[in-house]
Design a protein around this ligand. Structure first.
Ligand code: AHR
Length: 515
């Protein structure tokens, strides 16, 4: 009998602890010693010729019945404008090292076809090429980031591409004008190869760095355009790659890239994007936040070779990678996007904000219909994903001063031993003096009371927004496009110069504090 009572008591205590509200005290540093700006490029996107990212996702062609402006989907264009996309990387990814830009210019009906051998063997008709991409960037007001072909292209080919896009005069400028564009475009970001250790040529870092030096020599600055050259960087834990590039390339590159995916493993099942249990949920978050020590270690190497911080680190591919949706082409990487993805996005962006002294860009993979995308499209329908909503809620941090936040949240340990706080907070102040705080409670069952110091008592105007849903597996689909969407948030009060926020479990809250 005694044993039964004790067991019941223990179970009750356990249940109480599990459901007890978490209390977190947070202190924002409103006057940081170093005023680090969160570059808007941390909110970058990536668009590859892969599955229906470009064709069907961004581009349907001017003759399509799907509403479009000059061939670009009207709905997606609007969604991307609302997102304030700062930079878009194109045409790959692995595709970039098989892409020959001359195939994608001139009359569309005359453009040659190719097999997209990296991604499902789909036939690529090249109807979306240089003009279509650079005009899209102009339409949504973002910087283009061109990823050049080193793996299977020549030095001459890359050099001429730069000239074609950016020179005001000369043979390439003439060809461009014949194809309908007289004025050169401004192209700042130029990637010299992609994943050169893998799909970009299976190179060793020594070989790649010498090749980089050669290719970049002939990529010139034309007509006032200034290139920012990016070396193809390491895959997550490959610190030697960064070391060799820093040693051999040094300041001949403006930035070196890094790729980090939140993926269970590269062999076997990566797990379903929507059917997952609690353990898989916390493991996914554990893997996502492991990007922090990875970034730290790459930065530590860069600091040794470049103590003055001249070379930037660019995380130009990141995001979740799950199994493709049943019945879809395995090579098209089409996956759903749930509240779990929203949590991954929020935790990742919070981490990126802390390293912007060196980390100057991050591009989530990918913008439409591929991996952790912003939008999903089917025929003429489009849905915004939970990740889209996070990016929209977070865009207030673009180009704002990062305000470090000190807080101590309870943590979970995932089944791989990785730790992650349940409550995570980031803050910034924009040019108008508005302070934006974004808070994440990743716990599946516990609410959180967060007490935040305010700069001064009273008078501030605060408005809030929340992203949450009944189940962490919830997602938006074509029959239910608004299952997960932001709503107004009012569960906060100001008391004695402190902001007290009550967050439900599994929620992301943004608060805007205007003076
Ligand atoms: O984003 C999908 C692929 O992942 C990219 O093409 C490649 O660079 C990476 O391996």
């Amino acid at each position: 009998m005694k044993r039964i009572i004790l067991t019941v008591l223990a179970a009750a205590i356990l249940a109480m602890t599990a459901s007890a509200q978490m209390k977190v005290e947070a202190a924002i540093d409103f006057s940081p010693e170093n005023e680090n700006i969160i570059p808007k490029e941390i909110y970058g996107q990536f668009a590859e010729h892969l599955g229906s990212c470009i064709y069907g996702g961004l581009w349907v062609g001017p003759d399509s019945e799907i509403p479009n402006i000059d061939g670009y989907r009207r709905d997606v264009l609007q969604a991307l404008k609302d997102l304030k996309v700062p930079v878009m990387r194109w045409p790959g990814g692995c595709f970039a090292d098989e892409y020959h830009w001359r195939d994608g210019i001139g009359p569309r009906e005359d453009r040659p076809r190719m097999v997209n051998s990296n991604w499902g063997g789909t036939v690529e008709d090249n109807s979306f090429g240089t003009h279509e991409f650079l005009n899209l960037c102009e339409m949504i007001g973002c910087e283009p980031y061109i990823s050049g072909n080193v793996g299977s292209g020549t030095v001459e080919e890359l050099a001429k591409w730069v000239e074609y896009m950016t020179a005001a005069d000369g043979p390439m400028a003439k060809l461009r004008a014949e194809n309908g564009r007289k004025e050169p475009w401004k192209v700042k970001f130029l990637g010299v190869g992609n994943e050169s250790w893998g799909c970009g040529g299976n190179m060793v870092p020594e070989y790649y760095s010498y090749l980089y030096n050669r290719y970049q020599t002939y990529c010139r600055d034309y007509s006032g355009n200034k290139l920012y050259k990016i070396a193809s960087g390491a895959s997550d834990y490959d610190y030697n790659w960064t070391e060799v590039l820093m040693k051999n390339i040094g300041s001949r590159m403006h930035g070196v890239s890094l790729h980090y995916y939140t993926v269970k493993g590269w062999n076997g099942s990566k797990g379903s994007a929507t059917a997952f249990n609690e353990e898989e949920y916390y493991n996914t978050l554990g893997k996502a936040v492991e990007v922090e020590p990875v970034i730290q270690k790459h930065i530590a190497i860069m600091d040794r070779y470049d103590p003055d911080g001249k070379v930037d680190l660019l995380l130009d591919e990141w995001g979740t990678w799950f199994d493709v949706e049943p019945g879809t082409n395995p090579g098209h990487l089409y996956q759903q996007n749930s509240m779990r993805d929203a949590m991954v996005a929020a935790l990742s962006l919070n981490i990126f904000h802390k390293y912007t002294e060196r980390l100057k860009m991050a591009n989530i993979a990918q913008i439409a219909n591929v991996l952790q995308s912003m939008v999903l499209t089917r025929g003429e329908d489009m849905v915004l994903t939970p990740t889209y909503h996070v990016f929209r809620m977070y865009n207030v941090h673009q180009d704002a001063v990062h305000l470090p936040v000190a807080y101590d949240s309870e943590r979970f340990t995932d089944s791989n031993g990785r730790q992650c706080p349940y409550v995570d907070i980031t803050a910034s102040r924009n040019a108008e003096g508005t302070v934006n705080i974004t808070l994440t409670n990743v716990s599946l069952d516990r609410t959180a009371e967060i007490v935040v110091n305010l700069e001064e008592k009273g008078k501030a105007q605060i408005c809030g927004e929340i992203l949450t849903s009944e189940n962490i597996q919830d997602h938006n689909d074509f029959g239910s496009p608004d299952k997960v969407r932001p709503a107004e948030f009012k569960s906060f009060k100001v008391k004695d110069g402190k902001l007290v926020v009550n967050m439900p479990a599994k929620s992301i809250v943004s608060l805007s504090i205007r003076k």
